[in-house]
Structures are given as C-alpha cells and as structure tokens.
Design a protein around this ligand. Structure first.
Ligand SMILES: [Zn+2]
Length: 80
C-alpha cells in the first residue's frame, strides 16, 4: 500500500447492464456555476463542495457494448 499519493474522488453514476450483468461506472459531467444557478436544485443534491453533476442521457456497457437510455435512480421509465 502506498501512502505517497492521494487520488481525487469524483461523483460518478453506477449501473448494471441488463444484458450481461456487468456493473458499469460513468463519471458525471460537472455543471458550471451558471448552470447550477439556472436550475432549481435541492440543497441535499449539492455536495459540500458545491459540485453538481449531470447524468448521461445514454450509456454503453464496457463489456458487451449494449447501449441504453437512462432514468434517475428510483424513477420510472417513460414510454414513448
Ligand atoms: Zn453488458
């Protein structure tokens, strides 16, 4: 174990591929200060560093290449 370096932890989204079961991670894209000011954000959703990240609209599994549209955790899928 090396204590020589620190690594910077960033918010990310985790999801499990329905096709192959692989757990995938997708780094969130940090919102700008202007974007955060424009949207109504609950205080609980903003970290103590003020970071707020956007969820990707679609993701691709690193193992099998399947692509999916995304919904927020606990949200129902919308029919089109
Ligand atoms: Zn997969």
């Amino acid at each position: 174990m090396s204590w020589e370096y620190h690594v910077e932890m960033r918010p990310a989204f985790a999801w499990d591929c329905p096709e192959c079961g692989t757990r995938n991670f997708h780094a969130g894209e940090q919102a700008t200060a202007e974007e955060v000011a424009e949207i109504e954000v609950d205080a609980d959703e903003v970290s103590n560093t003020g970071a707020y990240v956007w969820m990707p609209e679609d993701v691709t599994c690193v193992a099998c290449g399947s692509t999916y549209r995304t919904v927020h955790w606990g949200e129902e899928e919308e029919d089109e």
